[in-house]
Design a binder for this molecule. Structure first.
Ligand code: AFP
Length: 337
């Protein structure tokens, strides 16, 4: 996007000048976001070179979720943790790849950051899209002194910023500070993120449904019936819908943000509590989609109202265009999710 003089607007200019859409983003948060942007650029460039620098494949370990850890998962986590340390305003962090809360030795830090360093890491070795998701919330306790680890267990409603990078043909950065959702693309010639959509809105209804249907036999009756509804022919509602699934939530939800539709990860036999993690996947993506005018629920209530009691808590999720989410809820009513 460009301003009235046809000048392209960089992230730095946007943050400095667009007070309407970044109210609450003070100097400290701006500095933190700039560090996170550097981490995103670095993860993108390391991922792009991974096949020629021997960084594809697993590192031999298994994380707390039972997933085989990829070499790039760990490198991306290091990039994010270094960025948070440089910012000096973060007291604690939660990462998908680390079992415990990470203390950042900045007892005066105002912020808590939860992040998934590489979302969709199963896509790394086949050169498909991945992403990084992050959520920033304010520390509740008084500054100074070691913060209580329990403080990371906040509801999504207290997030102050959420964002994601999508490592696709272009490096996309989307973020919200609670006054709209904004999308930037990295101009690789200049190394700057350029605003491409200010205050993006998700279509109210879409004709894409995105779900790993492999486990369909183990979905609840409500979810199975909704999938059948998506597959039935009905030109008035654009059905049958298109089925699209990348295996990286960031990529699937980015498509739905732009074109409309619904992303679902329900309870399955393999994941009886759902698969997607509350603090660093469900909450930030829910904040983002709600800011774009969409909805995100766990089948019973808004995701962002759920009080997590474990840092790696998982949840079912139904997220996307308002009309699609309302329809799936009508299928789930009085039935198990
Ligand atoms: P990772 O962050 O461990 O890569 O998990 C990705 C994810 O939670 C989400 O991004 C995908 O939509 C989902 O897993 C894919 O899971 P399936 O392979 O079970 O479909």
């Amino acid at each position: 996007m460009s301003d009235e003089n046809n000048k392209r607007i960089t992230f730095e200019e946007f943050i400095k000048t667009d007070q309407k859409h970044i109210s609450g983003v003070d100097n400290e948060l701006t500095a933190l976001l700039k560090e996170i942007l550097l981490a995103g650029k670095s993860i993108s460039s390391i991922s792009g070179r991974a096949p020629i620098s021997g960084l594809t494949g697993t590192d031999g370990s298994v994380n707390q979720h039972g997933d085989k850890v990829k070499k790039l998962d760990l490198i991306a986590e290091e990039e994010m943790v270094s960025a948070l340390r440089r910012a000096t305003s973060v007291c604690m962090a939660v990462s998908e790849e680390t079992e415990e809360v990470i203390h950042l030795n900045s007892e005066n830090g105002n912020y808590i950051v939860s992040f998934d360093p590489i979302d969709g890491s199963a896509n790394i070795d086949t050169n498909l899209s991945t992403g990084t998701i992050f959520s920033i919330s304010k520390r509740q306790s008084k500054i100074g002194g070691k913060p209580d680890e329990e403080e990371v267990l906040q509801t999504g409603d207290v997030q102050v910023v959420a964002g994601y990078f999508l490592y696709g043909p272009a490096l996309v950065f989307c973020f919200t500070a609670g006054s709209g959702l904004h999308q930037f693309i990295l101009d690789s010639d200049t190394g700057t993120f350029i605003l491409v959509r200010e205050n993006c809105k998700i279509p109210g209804h879409g004709t894409v449904y995105s779900i790993n249907e492999g486990g369909v036999e183990t979905f609840s009756a409500g979810v199975k019936n909704y999938i059948r509804y998506c597959q039935e022919g009905d030109p008035a509602t654009g059905r049958p819908y298109l089925s699209r699934y990348c295996g990286a939530m960031v990529a699937d939800i980015h498509r739905i943000l732009l074109e409309g539709g619904i992303f679902i990860y329900p309870r399955t036999d393999e994941f009886p509590s759902g698969k997607v993690r509350m603090l660093y996947e469900c909450n930030p993506m829910s904040f983002i989609i709600e800011e774009a005018g969409g909805m995100s629920v766990n089948g019973r209530k808004r995701i962002m109202e759920v009080e997590p009691d474990d840092i790696h808590q998982q949840s079912p999720i139904f997220i996307g265009s308002t009309q699609n989410v309302k329809t799936v809820l009508s299928f789930l009513e009085n039935q198990d999710q």
